[in-house]
Design a binder for this molecule. Structure first.
Ligand code: NAP
Length: 273
């Protein structure tokens, strides 16, 4: 058991990547707090992962600081400490820069970026008092490569990478490690749940390379135990990132060729699952 008696809080744990991380951490002996906005859906996930005395579901919208503070307090009241905090809650906005709805864009930043910073600010004092801890930020390959009609989402993830890596250097002396995880295309309901605007197109080819959320969970655990700064998962995406950094116009032309209507990409993904 790699996480025996550790207490882990996971945001956005009612499905997808968050649920897979909750399941693995519980199997590894951790006490796990699952949070998302929809409590019945979170409790259903808690049941699916085999929860009981070592789990707790909490309703929390990470874009609301008062709810984040309540999440931390509820966890401390129940389990007495927080060793691991996984910032996973997030969603996408699928539209063109020229047309995207500014209110939707601000909402996405409030969850994907400011919510993460609020969670970090709420949990860092707890970890400092305990003498250390691990903060895991679930970012994306979009934190390196910005694709058409996902610009705002990529902006939240680029910013998340910047915050996480600076925070890591600030907190290392206090024995708090900040790990940034950058998944590629993962087979969850993320695309279905995304806010879609007038111009909803996606990379069709990425469906072919999709893997299950449990792959991200294993990579997250391994990266966290090694106290790494970053994990790109699946690994082949790091080659893609390096290619983009070396030859951006070549990669961009491939990206443009791979664009398909989002509805078509969703249909292809449903066939694959
Ligand atoms: P998902 O299946 O849509 O799950 C998103 C989770 O976040 C749900 O539990 C949702 O529950 C929760 N959530 C959304 N807004 C929230 C808020 N304001 N406060 C608290 N919880 C909130 O998506 P996923 O694929 O698992 O994505 C999880 C994370 O991985 C996201 O940060 C995403 O950007 C990142 N990621 C995903 C992929 C991919 O291909 N799937 C790739 C790279 C990175 P409620 O709606 O009930 O709140």
């Amino acid at each position: 058991m790699k996480l025996q008696d550790k207490v882990a809080v996971i945001t956005g744990a009612s499905m997808g990547i968050g649920e897979a991380i909750a399941k693995l951490f519980l199997q590894e002996g951790a006490k796990v707090v699952l949070c998302a906005r929809d409590l019945p859906r979170t409790k259903a996930a808690e049941e699916r992962i085999g929860g009981g005395a070592n789990t707790l579901s909490v309703a929390c919208d990470v874009s609301q600081r008062s709810q984040v503070d309540a999440l931390v307090k509820t966890t401390l009241d129940k389990f007495g400490r927080i060793d691991i905090f996984v910032n996973n809650a997030g969603f996408g906005l699928n539209d063109a820069v020229a047309d995207m709805d500014m209110a939707a864009l601000r909402r996405m930043f409030d969850t994907n970026l400011f919510g993460v910073i609020d969670c970090m600010q709420a949990v860092i004092p707890v970890m400092r008092k305990q003498g250390g801890g691990d903060i895991v930020n679930i970012s994306s390959v979009s934190g390196y490569i910005s694709t058409p009609y996902m610009s705002g989402y990529a902006a939240t993830k680029h910013a998340m990478n910047a915050i996480g890596k600076a925070a890591r250097m600030e907190l290392q002396r206090q024995n708090i490690n900040v790990l940034t995880v950058c998944p590629g295309y993962i087979a969850t309901d993320f695309v279905k749940n995304m806010e879609k605007g007038k111009h909803s197109e996606r990379l069709g080819s990425s469906v072919k390379y999709s893997v299950g959320p449990e792959v991200v969970a294993v990579a997250t655990l391994q990266g966290m135990l090694k106290r790494k700064r970053e994990v790109v998962t699946p690994r082949f995406y790091s080659v893609f990132i390096r290619m983009y950094q070396a030859l951006p116009s070549v990669v961009e032309s491939q990206i443009r060729k791979a664009l398909r209507p989002t509805a078509q990409v969703l249909a292809e993904a449903a066939k694959k699952q």
